[in-house]
Design a protein around this ligand. Structure first.
Ligand code: ATP
Ligand code: MG
Ligand code: MG
Ligand code: MG
Length: 436
């Protein structure tokens, strides 16, 4: 994309309404604009990041055998009355009436819809297990939308739903999802720690939230410092083998990590003093086993091995895709702007032409740009060099390819790594090899 023709409205001033760094930077770097309270328009660069995150989530879900569907954003209230949640859900649910006075709602989550679809199609235990997921917009009428897309009212979430014939199967599914999530976060270039979370009335130990540690996070967290460096994915896991999944899960669970809601002083006391970490975190994902809660209330059964009807065991698996855009920035920025991990960056590199109109500079820039025009942001504006550097730092491209008249004459460009500030003097071809 050529910057001179693109829609990337950056801001010089710090927007007064933004309280935390990621929100300020998302506005300043031109990623989003607020349309109404907690409701955002995604501008081209922001949308690229959102899509990159969604694609990684998708690939890692598919890799463990989950199947993607797309449910509507608007649901009928009838299904929620059946499950008993219509009244219980409260004012976070946006309730709508159509012209025939029928009650609809904008989905805050999709257990009812998916359980209904599942029940219509699946009749036998032989068709289980199934994990169905979607990446779709949700609406929750949050009391206090804040921090930009981190707590929006309309937000983009991956929500998955597991169906198993028995508890053991559901546990395998749960562990498989946990593995998939850790792989996902590793690819996203962030560390999200699985922590024991509240299971509500179901009980048990099968609810984990994944938290990115950040002082601005809304959850209090307590964890064993060994987790700061532990590689959960070091051992290979065959996701079709229960023993492998169990070994993986036990390894993850062997260190203390809990949100404030589930903090347990007795267990905490057994963590060595010098390894106790207390802080704050951003909930970016949540996995949850809830058994037959919905299959029972909605009366969905499949035929079991002995021919009698069985209520399938379920779990919910959510990742906050739009919240992650903010959370990644919260974890990865400096005083000059965003530092995108390579895997989610809107562009692989910015090409900074320091002397637009200079024949050599223009020619070198065009040659590089034309190698991958969709992956580069070419700053071809006739602005001062300082303004170009500042914008590139603000927007956080992993690399900057800096083309000035002196170097260009000798066939050299300067390559800057945003994260470390390292600079390399290279030929255009060598720079391309490093960046692409
Ligand atoms: P929170 O505690 O932050 O309100 P939640 O526990 O209500 O979140 P879940 O129902 O667990 O949210 O939804 C799954 C994921 O969706 C969350 O882990 C979070 O990443 C994301 N999410 C939830 N609410 C919002 C929101 N208002 N804006 C953006 N993302 C959200
Ligand atoms: Mg909530
Ligand atoms: Mg929560
Ligand atoms: Mg949650």
């Amino acid at each position: 994309m050529r910057l001179s023709r693109s829609f990337l409205p950056t801001l010089k001033e710090t927007p007064a309404e933004a309280q935390i760094a990621s929100h300020r930077l998302m506005l300043r770097a031109g990623l989003v604009r607020q349309t109404a309270s907690g409701i955002y328009t995604w501008l081209p660069a922001g949308l690229r990041v959102l899509r990159n995150i969604a694609n990684i989530v998708r690939e890692e879900q598919d890799r463990v055998g989950a199947q993607e569907v797309l449910m509507p954003t608007i649901q009928s209230a009838d299904l929620w009355k059946k499950s008993g949640r219509y009244d219980a859900y409260g004012p976070e649910m946006l309730r709508i009436k159509d012209r025939h006075e029928r009650e609809l709602l904008y989905g805050p989550t999709n257990e009812e819809v998916i359980t209904d679809i599942f029940g219509q199609a699946v009749k036998s235990y032989k068709e289980l297990p199934q994990v169905l997921y979607q990446i779709q917009w949700k609406f929750r009428d949050e009391v206090r939308p804040r921090f930009g897309v981190m707590r929006g009212r309309e937000f983009y979430m991956k929500d998955g739903y597991g169906f198993d014939i028995d508890y053991e199967g559901a546990v395998d599914t749960y562990r498989r999802m946990m593995l998939s999530y850790l792989r996902t976060f590793q690819r996203l270039g962030v560390r999200a720690v699985p922590m024991v979370a509240d299971t509500g009335p179901i009980g048990g130990d099968l609810s984990h939230e994944f938290l990115i540690l950040a002082p601005t996070g809304e959850s209090g967290v307590f964890y064993d410092g060994a987790l700061d460096t532990l590689d959960w994915l070091a051992d290979p896991v065959d996701v079709d083998k229960s023993e492998d999944l169990e070994r993986f899960f036990n390894n993850v669970s062997s260190y203390y990590a809990a949100t404030d809601e589930k903090h347990d002083e007795t267990a905490w006391a057994s963590v060595p003093q010098d390894r106790r970490r207390e802080g704050r975190g951003i909930e970016v994902a949540h996995i949850f086993y809830f058994g037959t809660k919905y299959t029972k209330s909605m009366d969905i059964t499949v035929t079991g091995p002995d021919g009698s009807p069985v209520y399938p065991e379920m779990g919910s698996y959510g990742i906050g895709v739009s919240r992650l855009v903010g959370a990644i920035i919260e974890a990865s920025h400096d005083e000059n702007g965003i530092i995108w991990p390579d895997s989610v960056a809107p562009f692989k590199a910015a090409i900074l032409n320091l002397k637009v109109g200079d024949e050599t500079c223009d020619a070198v820039c065009e040659t590089i740009y034309n190698k991958a025009p969709t992956q580069f942001l070419y700053d071809d504006r006739s602005d001062r060099a300082g303004a170009k550097f500042a914008d590139a730092d603000l927007m956080g491209h992993p690399w900057q390819i800096i083309v000035g008249p002196r170097g260009a004459k000798d066939g050299k460009v300067e390559l800057k790594r945003r994260a470390t500030g390292e600079r390399f003097e290279l030929s255009a071809d060598e720079a391309l090899v490093k960046v692409l």
